[in-house]
Write a protein that binds this ligand. Structure first.
Ligand code: FEO
Ligand code: CA
Ligand code: CA
Length: 638
């Protein structure tokens, strides 16, 4: 029986969709003579644009080491790497904070962010919790004298622990006092999850042989989470964090102890070399000794930010791969779809559909909906149609004859199962966002330089450019969140017209972050890699940026540009849309810039290319959360 809350929520969604269908339909008035229809259409397009955007584009940033926003807007730094989460230790500008101090401070390299109003269940826009991921670390900036590669002789357990504690998730309490947002210190909500925080496991993989280790012979408790890239929020008010490039943390010095199946799985998941060196001081990251340890990462984790002592849970029914992000959509019968991309070249787009309906109420106990259901993977067919293919053991070739032992095996090796089903290999699926007033699903494909090269897959209708340098955005049109068949089209090809780009307005390359707000503005964030930023054919795009896009007209305006060497990732707004938080990740990552006078970033010169946001002479660049507000107190983007 559907609850009253659920019924009301679905009715609200339906009426919004009907309004939208009416207004979209009216844009294409087929019965009118062409010229009149054209005039009507362009007039209504203009109205739509006026309605959505009221700001003037900012210019491309040519190596400005600042955050730039449009006239009439302010950008203020709130929460930098190393800032205390509560009343803990202050940041030391020389990078000399200890591991134990880092445990009580903001992690490094902020990624996706969510806002949870206080009290729970309300729509307050002046008090709440900010919850964000800290994706990875830059050892040359984190430590006073560098990490394992530039200072191997000083790389010790203390450094490994500091790196592990700089990963994970932050929860901070924020409140608007007068016109200013402040972090509440101390706060009983303040919390850090790190690479060693104990977590439970649920779903079909819990307590199976694939995740059992010497330290956890049953397979029910995993230490930590890392490479938390983007995130998601459940409709019942909990936080979802995505484990992306977990493979980069494991080292495999020898294959001799591994079975053939393990070796094949390591190859499919690119588990070979550690970029961080943790295995030198923490044996569980040596995958030749602990081959099941990598199977304990690459999941989506859930926790309740309103309960500081709540144990996070790894939800294995959603599959194991390089989860970029997760976005949900509620079906008309109350079942929920969770979309997630696997950000690697030629990997796939997935959708999990819950078995049971949600009743519309709040609370972590609803998380069990994530334990039962079916994981599907997308096949994009020509002519704009597509199908979600089920990853179910025993069907469609996912059988013992083909090397799959059970459903846990299918989920742990989801990439292999998706291969078997004939899913469509994509150009690095990054964020996914569902339009709040329809079932349109937007997915950014950030780039794929290997498309069409050597023996790699050639371009196809869903990935239409070989050597895809600039990326594109796909739109999936679902009848309902729970539909198995879908329609799709290419929403935009990034890059300039010279490279067959189709952007209508300000140019960008390498779309990554996507968030559609309640008004229907698609906020798009870019991640041109630091090796390409401001050079060659990427120079025209300048520093990484955030743009506002009208999903119906395609109109695109540049709203924000970031400091040198950063990527822009993570954006969330208060329910009244008057405050926006944006994360600036890895400023100063560029090796060398024209304005760095030949200095290369190193442990000795961490600020060679960026010194944002503090700009102190002996300082270092710091990833940070920035608050955006409008001088007149209005809605962001208006
Ligand atoms: Fe962590 Fe795919 O970005
Ligand atoms: Ca990303
Ligand atoms: Ca990226």
């Amino acid at each position: 029986m559907m609850s009253k809350d659920m019924k009301a929520l679905i009715e609200r969604q339906l009426s919004r969709r009907q309004i939208l269908q009416y207004s979209v339909g009216s844009l294409f008035v087929a019965a009118l003579p062409a010229s009149i229809a054209e005039t009507k259409v362009s007039k209504q397009f203009k109205q739509a644009m006026t309605h959505l955007f009221g700001f003037k584009s900012v210019a491309v940033s040519n190596l400005l080491d600042h955050v730039i926003v449009p006239e009439g807007y302010r950008a203020e730094v709130l929460y930098r790497w190393g800032d205390p989460i509560s009343d803990g230790p202050q940041f030391k500008m020389d990078g000399s904070n200890t591991a134990m101090e880092q445990l009580q401070q903001a992690g490094m390299h902020h990624d996706a962010i969510q806002f949870y109003p206080l009290p729970r269940g309300g729509e307050h826009s002046d008090h709440g919790l900010l919850v964000m991921n800290h994706e990875y670390i830059d050892a040359q900036i984190l430590h006073a004298d560098g990490g394992v590669f530039d200072s191997p002789e000083t790389y010790n357990l203390e450094k490994t622990l500091k790196e592990q504690y700089a990963h994970g998730v932050s929860v901070i309490e924020v409140k608007k006092i007068g016109d200013d947002w402040q972090i509440i210190r101390p706060s009983s909500y303040a919390r850090r999850l790190t690479a060693v925080t104990p977590m439970q496991v649920s779903g079909p993989v819990a307590r199976t042989k694939y995740i059992q280790t010497q330290a956890d012979p049953i397979g029910e408790q995993i230490l930590g989470t890392f490479n938390n890239c983007s995130n998601g929020m459940t409709p019942w008010g909990t936080y979802l964090s995505c484990e992306e490039n977990f493979n980069d943390y494991f080292d495999v010095p020898t294959l001799s102890h591994l079975t053939n199946k393990q070796q094949q799985a390591f190859e499919r998941y690119h588990i070979k070399h550690s970029y961080y060196g943790w295995h030198n001081n923490d044996e569980r990251f040596d995958a030749s000794i602990h081959p099941n340890e990598p199977n304990r990462f690459g999941w989506i984790i859930e926790f309740d930010p309103y309960q500081p002592s709540n144990t996070p849970i790894k939800r294995t029914a959603l599959g194991r791969f390089a989860h970029e992000n997760v976005a949900h959509n509620i079906g008309e019968d109350g079942r929920i779809a969770f979309y997630s991309g696997d950000d690697s070249q030629f990997e796939y787009v997935y959708k999990f559909i819950t078995k049971y309906a949600w009743d519309g109420t709040q609370g972590m106990h609803h998380g069990r909906l994530l334990d039962e259901g079916i994981l599907y993977v997308a096949r994009f067919e020509d002519e704009g149609h597509g199908e979600w293919l089920p990853l179910v053991f025993g069907s469609n070739g996912l059988t013992q004859e083909n090397g799959f032992e059970d459903q846990a095996d299918v989920l742990v090796h989801a990439r292999r199962a998706a291969n078997k089903l004939g899913a469509t290999p994509m150009d690095r699926p990054e964020w996914i966002s569902v339009h709040p007033n329809s079932n349109d699903v937007y997915i950014s494909m950030t780039n794929n330089s290997k498309r069409g090269q050597d023996n790699k897959p050639d371009s196809d209708t869903a990935n239409p450019r070989n050597n895809n340098k600039f990326g594109h955005i796909i739109k999936i049109i679902e009848q309902d969140a729970t539909s198995i068949l879908f329609d799709w089209n290419v929403f935009s090809l990034a890059g300039s017209e010279q490279f067959q780009g189709t952007i209508q307005g300000d140019l960008y390359a390498n779309p990554d972050g996507l968030m559609i707000d309640k008004r229907g503005v698609l906020w798009l964030q870019t991640d041109i890699s630091s090796s390409k930023l401001n050079s060659g054919e990427y120079a025209q795009f300048g520093n990484n940026q955030m743009l506002a896009v009208d999903p119906f007209t395609g109109e695109t305006r540049r709203f924000l540009t970031g400091p040198n060497g950063c990527e822009i990732t993570g954006v969330v707004m208060t329910p009244d849309l008057k405050t926006m938080w944006v994360n600036i990740q890895h400023p100063g990552e560029m090796e060398q810039l024209p304005n760095s006078q030949g200095r290369e970033k190193s442990a000795q010169t961490p600020n060679a290319t960026s010194n944002w946001p503090d700009h102190q002479p002996d300082g270092r660049p710091r990833s940070a959360t920035v608050i955006i507000s409008k001088d007149d107190g209005g809605i962001i983007g208006s």
